[in-house]
Design a protein around this ligand. Structure first.
Ligand SMILES: *[C@@H]1O[C@H](CO)[C@@H](O)[C@H](O)[C@H]1NC(C)=O
Ligand SMILES: *[C@@H]1O[C@H](CO)[C@@H](O)[C@H](O)[C@H]1NC(C)=O
Length: 397
């Protein structure tokens, strides 16, 4: 080397570069430490098997040991080979299932209107994507190089513009390995205002709306689950985990990512994680919420994760779809998911960091979220305030 000064300069430069990389790396790892989730949460009891199976006779899995009680669901489940597939060619077939229910349930006419409508079309489950008149392309699938680790699948409703925007600006904001999609029915509504042009604009602007052509009412929420599973199967089969949550949930996304990455692979494969109800029974107050008539269902609900927010392993999508063809329709989406998991022989895992029915007075102080992963419900305004507070590097409890 003819220039010893050059050598000196070069090594000084390299040292400086190394120092810069080191400083950036340590400050980044400090930052991510601030958002680490609960470290001491025991993952709950290990289910008998982490691998899904679907036996020919589901009766034992679904807790039906003897001849079923006379309730309609129990009878149907006892006899069920599989549901009519509900393709448009067979739409008559799926409607026939509902017509038979109406004819065979003695007090069907006394059921609340929503429940009656649910039963009449409950076996109709395949609906095409909703497309605006102006056309436009569908939401992109996951390309080979861009398969998300965590898909945030948020059940929204056409009119919930503010809720969706708050999710985009907070826990659903772009992050490596994370993708956000909203699940909606048709914005054309029934008796309400026609939101088609507004939703069509939003769909073009954000490319994060999965829309199908069915009426978006609470009793149709299971359709969002099933149509999402079918979409995953076709367009995003490699996704590792899927969070299912309504648009008024609040997720500490970095904390959930840390939790998922730390799971033993054998649990991760059959994951169904959330706030688990193990002893829930149908509510029998005729005008109350979640009313289920005794002539429709008897018995306890399966252990299920609250629909306020839960995570499943992406690889279970085809299994859940197969289970759903063999589990009789049930009006509530989260209970139905619990039934399908039970049919597959997989148990939900309770996590104390999932808190649905979160009391509004807790939202004033971000420190109440310190050990939590997901809370629900939260207003768009509170979500934005809490997210900002949690992002603040000065934030401490
Ligand atoms: C399914 O299993 C139950 C008990 O687990 C049994 O009583 C019933 O007869 C079986 N059904 C068929 C069709 O084999
Ligand atoms: C669900 O959507 C379908 C298709 O639009 C509709 O026929 C059905 O009545 C809806 N269900 C309820 C409970 O309104």
């Amino acid at each position: 080397m003819r220039c010893p000064k050059c050598l000196l300069c070069l090594s000084a430069l390299l040292t400086l570069l190394g120092l810069k990389v080191y400083i950036e790396w340590t400050s980044e790892s400090q930052l991510s430490k601030a958002y680490q989730g609960p470290r001491d949460t025991p993952p709950g009891p290990t289910p008998a098997s982490p691998e899904p199976t679907l036996p020919a006779n589901l009766s034992a899995r679904l807790g039906q040991s003897g001849p079923p009680p006379s309730a309609y669901w129990n009878q149907q489940q006892w006899q069920l080979g599989s549901l009519p597939s509900g393709d448009s060619a067979e739409a008559g077939d799926c409607r026939a299932w509902g017509a038979a229910a109406a004819a065979e349930i003695p007090d069907f006419e006394s059921y609340p209107k929503g429940l009656r409508r649910f039963l009449l079309s409950a076996a109709c489950r395949s609906f095409p994507p909703w497309r605006p008149v102006s056309g436009g392309s569908q939401v992109a699938g996951c390309s080979g190089t861009d398969v998300p680790y965590l898909l945030l699948a948020v059940k929204s409703e056409p009119g919930h513009f503010a809720e969706r925007q708050a999710v985009r600006e907070t826990w659903g904001s772009p992050a490596p390995g994370v993708r956000l999609l909203f699940l909606l029915g048709s914005p054309e509504g029934e008796a309400g205002p026609d939101l088609s042009s507004l939703v069509a604009w939003e769909r073009r602007r954000y490319s994060d709306l999965l829309l199908w052509d069915f009426l978006d009412v609470p009793f149709n929420r299971t359709l969002k689950d099933l149509l999402l599973l079918a979409w995953l199967d076709h367009h995003c089969p490699g996704v590792s985990f899927v969070l299912q949550a309504p648009d008024d949930a609040f997720l500490r996304t970095p904390a959930l990512l840390d939790h998922l990455r730390a799971l033993p692979p054998s649990w991760a494969r059959g994951l169904y994680l959330g706030e688990v109800f193990t002893q829930a029974k149908p509510l029998r107050k005729p005008r109350g919420p979640f009313y289920v008539p005794g002539s429709f269902f008897k018995g306890h609900y399966p252990a299920y994760a609250s629909g306020g927010g839960y995570v499943i392993a992406g690889s279970l999508a085809p299994w859940l779809l197969r289970a759903a063809t063999r589990v009789a329709p049930f009006p509530f989406d989260d209970v139905y998911t619990g039934l399908c998991f039970r049919a597959l022989g997989l148990a939900p895992r309770d996590h104390k960091g999932f808190r649905t029915a979160w009391p509004a007075d807790q939202t004033a102080d971000p420190c109440t979220l310190r050990d939590l992963l997901l809370v629900q419900p939260l207003s768009p305004q509170n979500s934005i305030r809490l997210w900002k507070q949690l992002q603040d590097p000065q934030f401490q409890c």
